[in-house]
Write a protein that binds this ligand. Sequence first.
Ligand code: SIN
Length: 308
Amino acid sequence: MRLAAPEHGGVRASEAASVRKRRLSDVLGVALDGVDLARPLSEADFREIEQAFFEGQVLAIKGQDLTPEQFLAFARRFGPPEPHVIDTFHHPDAADILILSNRRKPDGSPAGLADGGTYFHTDYSYLQVPARVTMLYSVEVPSKGGDTLFADMYAAYDDLSAAMKQRIDGLVVRHHYGNRDDLDEQSRTAASRLSDKQKDKVTWVRHKLVRTHYGTGRKALYGVSGSSFDIDGMARREGAALLDELKRHALRDKYVYSYPYEVGDVVLWDDLATLHSATLTEPDDPRTLWRITVKEPCFETALRASSA
Ligand code: SIN
C-alpha cells in the first residue's frame, strides 16, 4: 500500500514502509497495520484507505489510540455522521458517537447499548437513505467472544442462478425498523427496543432487493435479513418466503466471516455490500465499542416513502 509522505499528513515516510495490508479471510476483510488515524489524513491517504474498504468490504485498521474527536474526524472523511434513532447512549463528549457496552454505571443503569444488532442486518436500512459505512472503535474486549459476524452480499448475489437473478432484479422490498425473525421486544436477538418517541421517528421505506454499489459498480443482495418484511407486488407471505430463501442462501458459512476484536481496532464495514450481526456475550464480561454511522451519498436508494 502506498501512503503519502509526511508533508501530506497521515503517515510519516518512515512509517509508510511499515504499513501492511493483509487479507483477513478467504471470504472478505482487509486489515491495515501501521496507520495512525490520530493524525490528519491527506486526501491521497484517505483514498487508499477507501480503496481498501471497497476491496475488503470490512476493513480493520489496527492499533489505534483515539479521542472521540479524532475518531469523528476520520468518520467525517466518509461523510456526515448520522446519529442512531436510539439517542440514549451518546458519548458525553460527542453526540454522533453511540456507545455500545454491556457495562453498568454505579447506579445500576446501562452505560451503553447492550446486545445491539444480534441478528444479521444492514444498518439504517429502515431509513430512506441507509448507511454507507458503520465504524466501531474497540475500547474493551470481553475475555470470551464478542466477535462481529459479516456476510458477503456480492458473492451471495453472484452465486445465484441466472433464473433467480432474473426473478429478483428490479424487485422492491418494504423495510421497517426491527428484526423480521424476532419481534419479541424482550428477546436479546430482537432489534433494540425503542421508546414511544423513537418509534414515532421510524416509518416504512422501500429499497431495491438487488442494488448496484455506487463505488464498485458491483451488484449485491440488499437487506435480505433484518428490517425487510415483504416485497412490493407479492402477497405478504410469498414475499417473506422469498426473503427467507435468499437469507438462507446469503448466510451460508462460505459467505460469513467472524471478526475477533482487539483493543484499539477501528473496524469499518460497507453496509451496501455486507450483512452483519453482533454475537451475544456474557453480561458480566465487559465489552465496549464506540460506533459512528455515515449514510450513503444520496442517489437511487430512496424509492418511495410509505406509511403503510
Ligand atoms: C452493530 O450492529 O452495530 C453492532 C455490532 C457489534 O456490536 O458487534
